[in-house]
Design a binder for this molecule. Sequence first.
Ligand code: 5GP
Length: 168
Amino acid sequence: MKVLIPHEEIVDICKTIGNQLTKKFAGKNPIVSCVLKGAAPFHSELMKHLDMQIEADYIQVKSYVGTQSTGKINIKKDLDFDIAGRDVIIVEDIVDTGTTLSCLKTELEKRNPNSLTFVALLDKPSRRKIEFEADFVGKVIEDLFVVGFGLDYNEQYRNLKDIYILEN
Ligand code: 5GP
């Protein structure tokens, strides 16, 4: 497999986004929620670079698109926190078709948070089927299937510290 993003670059991305979030949420106490399982390493690294009081949370979802373009979401593990009135940062590994985060956004907006901010380590805009733009993106990549640093292929490779292009 070929390295696409070495670990050092991932850490740099986390520092940059961490600094931007620290400025954006100065004086606030956001809930920083990881979308399991893929975003777990990114969420852990990113939190090290958040210089403010935060609360960590975790959510696991499965999205499926029906006849409507909005799609529906199946929450396998919900947030522990009540997010009403809170500032919420959602941390995801990659935005591909846009289905997962656009469905999650619709679902979480119903809970009346004060604000919702979406952070994605990677973005593949050329693959979009549902319009969705994250507020913070680590790196835009081409239409490639990548693994490592949380990203899996059949649950394998999540443990790798770099991000690789999976070649057949
Ligand atoms: P979306 O709902 O935006 O189509 O897809 C988001 C999910 O698809 C991601 O959270 C991730 O689990 C999976 N995914 C999309 N592209 C890739 C990829 O290149 N590699 C891996 N490992 N997972 C991907």
